[in-house]
Design a binder for this molecule. Structure first.
Ligand code: F6R
Length: 250
């Protein structure tokens, strides 16, 4: 894992956006996986700016949303479909036929997960995956547990994750769906390159565990250590527990 630490959340977001834009300019047909959540909001804002002011084009890119809540409409304000439309997709020159989401309202959610795996494979796999991390170490909606799923799958969300997502559901954790669909750990680890972004002191502990801790299903992000090409973009607060000169020995 390659770690980069920046002075502020804004500088972190700018560096991550520059990385995505540079990769896209080198490979205009880039297949990009996109996380939702608070962390990437300034990253996507910077990508919108780079599109509007610097001519960065998404016209040949392909996108896949990382995850989605089950049981809500795509245009529900809490859906990740709405989130990505609002923060990135509607404001850049993506071809709508190359923009892919999980359908949380599919009649058969397992078949929907299979469909998603198929269309990711048909696109040639994900070239660059933009990830955030939950305070419990989840990536996508791969929650900590005894086991982890390899493929895109249905997930029962932990209460802490539902609490964390309440803001998009009128501030009411009970309104956050209990289930979600998520790319699996294998889907994530098959991406050619991964950009993991974390900002804020509340992410310091999970980042320490993900980067320096043992591989464990109890902290799904720890498996990113096994990937050959992960760039971790952190602000000083999120990196604050990594300062030990010999961190591997604690
Ligand atoms: C959302 C996702 C989640 C978030 C994580 C952090 O698509 O995949 O894993 O990245 O919950 O969320 P924020 O950025 O809101 O702290």
């Amino acid at each position: 894992m390659r770690l980069q630490v920046f002075d502020s959340a804004t500088a972190t977001a700018k560096a991550a956006a520059d990385r995505v834009a540079a990769t896209l300019q080198a490979d205009p047909g880039l297949v990009i996986g996109l996380a939702s959540g608070r962390t990437p909001i300034p990253v996507y804002a910077e990508l919108r700016r780079l599109h509007a002011e610097n001519g960065v084009s998404f016209s040949r890119a392909v996108t896949f949303s990382l995850d989605e809540f089950a049981g809500i409409d795509a245009d529900h304000p809490g859906s990740f479909h709405s989130f990505l439309q609002q923060h990135l997709l509607a404001a850049v020159d993506l071809d709508p036929t190359r923009v892919h989401f999980l359908n949380g309202q599919a009649a058969d959610l397992d078949a929907e997960c299979d469909r998603y795996e198929r269309i990711i494979a048909d696109a040639g796999g994900i070239d660059l995956l933009v990830l955030g991390i939950g305070v419990n170490g989840h990536i996508g909606f791969n929650e900590p547990g005894e086991t982890l799923a390899a493929r895109t799958h249905r997930v029962v969300l932990h209460d802490a994750t539902r609490d964390d997502n309440a803001a998009r559901f009128g501030g009411n954790p009970a309104a956050v769906p209990r289930e979600a669909l998520s790319m699996g750990m294998g889907t994530i680890l098959k991406a050619s390159a991964i950009v993991l972004i974390a900002t804020g002191a509340h992410k310091a502990a999970c980042i320490e565990q993900a980067v320096r801790g043992p591989l464990t299903t109890r902290l799904p992000a720890s498996f990113l250590q096994t990937h050959r090409h992960v760039d971790v973009y952190l602000d000083r607060d999120a990196a604050s527990r990594l300062s030990s000169p010999n961190p591997e020995r604690g």
